[in-house]
Design a protein around this ligand. Structure first.
Ligand code: NAP
Ligand code: NAG
Ligand code: NAG
Length: 339
């Protein structure tokens, strides 16, 4: 019978101070190694990101400096703010609207802006009505004679609408399409040949979240913006061979006079500042987004909060639910109107 050997003292559950210290040293070493790897990696990627952003900014600056930029609807709202940011970026502006006086006011306002570090150009002002195809064609002739070519066209002008489909005269539907759809289409077509000849150019259109989803009592507006979205998506594909860029910007509500200037079922001026519009983004902010999107040659940008963005996805992924929600919205709006 083997003698009972007592367990060796080294297997005691208590670690000897030596192993504990060794472990600590080991742990310390791994921490050293991780921190040694992570910190430079972090700094390195931050540096790379910073460098990437810097290069992007420099590229944007070079792209916009001295570029001929035509902006429609430059007399107010988003168009006017776009004029300010592109002017400050050193672009040669061609500002368009229907009211010569108000266009001249914008030109004066730009001239009085604090001088930036970049060289700025005195803007040209051209008046024409976008819903008049012949006027558009002759304006483009005049513009090309004056500035030679247009690098970036920003189709911004537009009008909105409020009314029920049942009450709305077809002429009002046509008015919306003439201004919001045929206007940009005619202007774009008139400028394309000169862009194709240069094999460079950039067409921008300010559509709307309502170019992606239709909300009740905005039929003519939503239809004109859906048409716009479709046309410019097609254009992007067809123009790639000529290296002409197309950017579609789809904002949600912006604090402008759009709802005041909207037309009603009988074509009269709506004249009300809607709550949604009054609580929207500032036109200054949206203009900055437009400038960045153009500088980075983005294909499209949705400039909207969580809820409208969600609605756009819902329309595609769960259309039945979207339709139910819109019907509920129509019912609610009708009730508040009747009360
Ligand atoms: N505000 C919003 O909530 C919102 C949201 C999404 C998208 N958008 C879009 O943003 C763009 C700019 O609108 P805004 O909000 O800045 O409204 P706005 O302040 O009413 O400006 C509209 C501009 O379009 C011009 N315009 C209207 N009809 C025209 C015509 N027949 N021919 C030439 N110019 C015409 C107006 O110029 P004159 O009246 O001086 O001629 C004005 O400069 C529009 O396309 C709009 O659909 C606006
Ligand atoms: C709205 O219209 C008024 C009066 O024409 C004008 O003074 C104001 O600047 C306009 N607002 C915007 C945001 O364009
Ligand atoms: C058009 O409709 C508005 C209400 O939206 C009404 O106040 C106005 O009198 C109407 N105008 C005409 C010419 O029918």
């Amino acid at each position: 019978m083997p003698p009972l050997v007592p367990p060796p003292a080294t297997i005691s559950p208590q670690r000897s101070p030596v192993t504990t210290r060794r472990k600590q040293i080991y742990k310390g070493k791994t921490m050293d190694i991780t921190s040694m790897a992570i910190i430079p990696l972090l700094l390195g990627s931050l540096g790379l990101f910073g460098l990437y952003r810097l290069l992007q900014r420099l590229r944007t600056r070079a792209y916009l400096q001295d570029a001929v930029v035509l902006i429609t609807g430059a007399t107010s709202g988003l168009g006017k703010e776009c004029a300010k940011v592109f002017y400050a970026a050193g672009s040669q502006l061609v500002l368009c609207g229907r009211d010569r006086e108000r266009l001249q006011d914008v030109v004066r306002e730009l001239a009085s802006m604090a001088k930036k570090t970049v060289k700025t150009h005195k803007p040209h002002a051209v008046t024409f009505d976008l819903s008049d195809t012949e006027a558009v064609a002759s304006a483009v002739g005049e513009i090309l004679k004056c500035v030679g070519h247009v690098d970036i066209l920003i189709n911004n002008a537009g009008i909105s609408y409020r009314g029920t489909i049942l009450d709305t005269e077809v002429d009002v539907d046509r008015t919306l399409m003439e201004t919001n759809y045929f206007g940009p289409v005619a202007l774009t077509k008139a400028l394309l040949p000169s862009m194709i000849k240069k094999r460079s150019g950039h067409i921008v259109v300010i559509s709307s979240v309502q170019g992606r989803i239709s909300i009740p009592f905005r039929s003519a507006y939503a239809a004109s913006k859906h048409a716009t979205q479709a046309f410019f998506d097609c254009l992007r594909a067809e123009m790639q061979q000529y290296e002409i860029e197309v950017t579609v910007v789809s904002p949600g509500y912006i604090q402008t006079n759009l709802s005041l200037n909207a037309v009603t079922a009988n074509g009269s001026r709506y004249g009300v500042m809607d709550k949604n519009t009054a609580e929207g983004r500032t036109p200054e902010d949206v203009a900055k987004v437009v400038l960045k999107a153009v500088g980075e040659k983005k294909k499209e940008v949705l400039v909207a909060g969580l809820l409208p963005t969600f609605a756009v996805y819902l329309r595609t992924l769960a259309p039945k639910l979207f339709f139910t929600l819109m019907a509920a919205r129509a019912k609610k709006e009708r009730k508040t109107k009747e009360s």
